[in-house]
Design a protein around this ligand. Structure first.
Ligand SMILES: [Zn+2]
Length: 88
């Protein structure tokens, strides 16, 4: 009778301990809810076509759209195209 009681206690402790461990394993994951930063978003330059990190690009708002260029050179080329709408 004592042995059975011991087994039940061990079983309950084991179950409680397991769920406690599971909770503690999952807790750190919830701490990683920092504000999402768009650091490494790769975008394509619409002028020269290369891919680069958006944070290093040059942003331009044009016609309700936001374009990102690899450099001010490409941005200027884009603006030249937009301003001089000649048929190339
Ligand atoms: Zn470019």
């Amino acid at each position: 009778m004592k042995l059975l009681l011991l087994i039940i206690i061990v079983y309950l402790v084991y179950r409680a301990g397991k769920s406690w461990v599971m909770r503690n394993l999952q807790a750190p994951g919830q701490n990683g809810s920092r504000s999402p930063r768009i650091d490494d978003v790769m975008v394509q330059d619409p002028v020269c076509g290369i891919y680069f990190p958006q944070r290093e690009g040059v942003e331009l708002r044009h016609g309700g759209q936001t374009f990102v260029f690899c450099s001010t050179v490409c941005r200027d080329r884009f603006l030249e195209k937009q301003n001089g709408q000649k048929s190339a």
